[in-house]
Design a protein. Sequence first.
Length: 198
Amino acid sequence: MGIYTRTGDKGMTGLIGARVSKDHLRVEAYGTTDELNSFIGKAMSELPEQLFGDLLEDLEEIQHELFDCGGDLANVTEKRENKLSPISIERLEKRIDELTEEAPELERFILPGGTDPAATLHIARTVARRAERQVVRLMNDEEPVPETSLQYINRLSDYLFAAARIANFRLGRTDVEYARSAKVFRNTKRKEKKGETD
């Protein structure tokens, strides 16, 4: 099979069930999930396996799930079956909780950066937010969008934030707090230790 097909030379591309302009909102949405997947791959190449076996396992699964998500967004057939499962969202939530528990307590906004893998994970986080905005625009344009796609991308950006903090923490780098930030995060760990709950 050849890499090039020439079918897109006039600015059109194929969805599952239709052909549209390459600047269609739907193409922007699933194309951004592909961009996000690439940054995740870069982050994986920067994470030492001996310290980050768990994150590497997470991120490889996320790469597969992003392919599923992109496929779901590209599918406009009437009887489509979505590949991305709510179980994937639940798994991300569990991992976010675990990574947040491991990381130092957070009270203020932090600057993206630190170690190389943390910086790349922060880039991936912002690309995830862009993908989320594009999916919302697609929904607002009354295009059919799987609910799981939006939920997954939203949760994934939170996971990538938590993973970026863990990358710095395990590599001995302290997150840099935004100098003019007020205290915006509740200190939930300290509350739990004192037996305080909401």
